[in-house]
Ligand binder design. Structure first.
Ligand code: ADP
Ligand code: MG
Length: 626
């Protein structure tokens, strides 16, 4: 039977192309990746054998064995883990199933240096073998099956799979090294790499030479060792292994809990944002172990979704080894661990925030938007979460906490004001902020989609209501204007025209059902008009968000607010009573409404009417043609 030929998935081909042609300085990491996979394969079989001991048989001495053939220039990495059958070889070594791959591929720039940095963060796993090998052979036999398969590829778009012979289960990967990569045949060089990157692996990693095996690593699960014996470098390498990402951890949390329940946690907060942070499944990736045996990396009950940026392991002493999926679902031990771990993580974040605002800001920029989800999902932790929140605001360029905000509220101010929008740049320019700025009243600038939801769930912070500046009335009159403003506000040119009520009445008649109400505003200083939502209605940005996601199909009517001190408004008021003024004022009312809609980022219901009115007006303003 001849070998079956297949093509790599397009993404893999592109990745292989970059990997093979890169001048990546740390080629040695290919070994870390192969050992990491071998260790995962052993973990998975060890777990499967808890319920199906026949899968492992009497070979329970899980290990990874390296060996080299200098003449043939071949390096082999063998394990007695779970192995792969035909379909798994094709699927696992021909495609990239990792979440975030699409986003990753999009980020590739074609600039080799930049792309390598990105790959360093993403990790290329198995495919990194092609950095040093011109041909890779994978011989594998799945535990519990008798057939073995050989996968072969030169990393150039295609691979072959054919039936083969293999004694015992597991996977044996043979690298046909490129001529310039001979160093990876030497025992001392391999040992150096194992010590550097793979010492934390709990399995023995041995080198076999002339029939003898020598263990190269410490072979004890890293988290079982005392903290004082673990170097920062070792923690980092473990993080790389367990998180499949290659940045520096921002925080390392290694603890042993010894109370009613016992467990060890070795958790990390990444230093860079993972690609799949906003994957709709919102899964965390912390691995659950029971007494050193890997159980699962898919256990939603272990941690809340709003802590899904965590990576690492939790090793329980109390759960039964043969714990099933169903048992994990309503398990009181797990629920307890979840509570304690959540508390510990939040406590540690509070500590970090207190120690250095600058360091904390790095965490916040990466994961703040995720942590905010906890405000509406986890009522119990709301009090602990609120002090961890940070915001942009009108008061400074840096990040602001609720404590900062509350500490500088104005006399007479009884609410925490915020504005929501699609981006920081957009919300900063909102006309609704003008009056607040003029009075020196700080407004929180919220631009994460999640913001719309937690503000509603939280409602109040330290008895101060959270209030959107684009909804309801703004009783800024109770708040003293900022210094310098007071005098100016009294000046003649800042007074509202006496007949403003008539102007509003004319506008109301013209606009009819298009608006809910028209009223004068405290909110504006430089702009003539703005839109706001009525007190009981949804926030305007929230409505746009819901509409975009087809959650609602009609929006509530807005209130048009007019700045009575604006020169344009005054001149319009002055027109009242003149011949033909009402028709003209009607057109102005529509133009002002459309202008407010544009500022708000809303679509115009009738763009052609807007264009027509605008043209008429422009024409009037110009000298007649000769
Ligand atoms: P990752 O380890 O991040 O999943 P890799 O590219 O390193 O990505 O490996 C791809 C997949 O190939 C693994 O998820 C695993 O299913 C399979 N695999 C790789 N090496 C082995 C091995 N030695 N034994 C069993 N399966 C393996
Ligand atoms: Mg891997």
């Amino acid at each position: 039977m001849s070998a079956e030929k297949r093509s790599f998935q397009a993404e893999v081909s592109r990745l292989l192309d970059i990997v093979a042609h890169s001048l990546y300085s740390e080629k040695e990491i290919f070994l870390r990746e192969l050992i990491s996979n071998a260790s995962d394969a052993c973990d998975r079989l060890r777990y499967a054998a808890l319920t199906q001991p026949e899968l492992a048989g009497d070979d329970t001495n899980y290990r990874v064995v390296l060996s080299s053939d200098k003449k043939a220039r071949q390096l082999t990495v063998a394990d007695n883990g779970i192995g792969m059958n035909h379909d798994e070889l094709v699927e696992n070594l021909g495609t990239i199933a990792r979440s975030g791959t699409a986003a990753f591929m999009q980020n590739l720039s074609g600039d080799q240096r930049k792309d390598m940095a990105l790959i360093g963060q993403f990790g290329v796993g198995f495919y990194s073998a092609f950095m040093v090998a011109e041909k890779v052979e994978v011989l594998s036999r799945k535990a519990g099956e008798t057939a073995a398969w050989r996968w072969v590829s030169e990393g150039k778009g295609e691979f072959t799979v054919e039936p083969a012979e293999k004694e015992g289960r597991g996977t044996e990967i043979t690298l046909h090294l490129r001529p310039e990569e001979d160093e990876f045949l030497e025992r001392f060089r391999l040992q150096q790499i194992v010590r550097k990157y793979s010492d934390h692996i709990a399995l023995p990693i041995a080198f076999r030479e002339s029939g003898k095996e020598e263990t190269l690593n410490t072979a004890r699960a890293l988290w079982t060792r005392p903290r004082s014996e673990i170097t920062a470098e070792q923690y980092k390498e473990f993080y790389h292994h367990v998180a499949h990402s290659f940045d520096e951890p921002w925080l390392t949390l290694h603890n042993r809990a010894e109370g009613k329940i016992e467990y060890t946690n070795l958790l990390f907060i990444p230093g860079a944002k993972p690609f799949d942070l906003f994957d709709p499944q919102r899964k965390h990736r912390v691995k659950l172990y029971v007494r050193r045996v890997f159980i699962t990396d898919d256990c939603p009950e272990l941690l809340p979704a709003y802590l899904r940026f965590l990576r690492g392991i939790v090793d329980s002493e109390d759960l039964p080894l043969n714990v099933s999926r169903e048992m994990l679902q309503n398990n009181p031990i797990l629920a307890r661990m979840r509570g304690q771990l959540t508390k510990r993580v939040l406590g540690e974040l509070a500590k970090k925030a207190g120690e250095s605002a600058e360091e904390y800001a790095k965490f916040w920029e990466n994961f703040g938007a995720v942590l905010k989800e906890g405000l509406y999902e986890d009522h119990e932790q709301q009090e602990a979460l609120l002090p961890l929140m940070r915001f942009r605001s009108t008061a400074s360029d840096g990040l602001v906490s609720f404590e900062d905000y509350l500490g500088r509220m104005k006399a007479g101010q009884d609410a925490i004001y915020y504005i929501t929008g699609d981006s920081l740049e957009a919300v900063k320019k909102s006309p609704q902020l003008e009056g607040f700025r003029a009075r020196g009243v700080e407004v929180l600038l919220l631009s994460d989609p999640i913001d719309e939801f937690w503000v509603l769930a939280v409602g109040k912070v330290k008895d101060k209501a959270l209030k959107s500046v684009t909804r309801g009335g703004a009783d800024l009159s109770k708040i003293a204007p900022a210094e310098g403003e007071a005098a100016a506000a009294e000046g003649d040119d800042k007074k509202a025209p006496a007949n403003i009520a008539s102007l509003i009445a004319i506008f109301k008649l013209a606009l009819g059902e298009a608006v809910k109400d028209i009223r004068t505003s405290d909110r504006l200083t430089d702009s003539a008009v703005c839109l706001v939502a009525d007190e009981g209605d949804r926030d305007m940005h929230l409505e746009r968000l819901l509409k975009a996601h087809r959650q609602i199909d009609t929006t509530a009517k807005r209130i048009l607010e007019i700045n009575p001190r604006h020169a344009l408004v005054k001149r319009l008021a002055a027109l009242i009573g003149q011949d033909g003024a009402s028709d003209q004022l009607g057109d102005f009312a529509w133009l002002l409404l459309d202008q407010a809609r544009i500022l708000e980022g809303e679509a115009l219901p009738d763009p052609s009417a807007f264009a027509r009115r605008m043209s008429v007006l422009l024409e009037k303003g110009l000298p007649a043609a000769a």
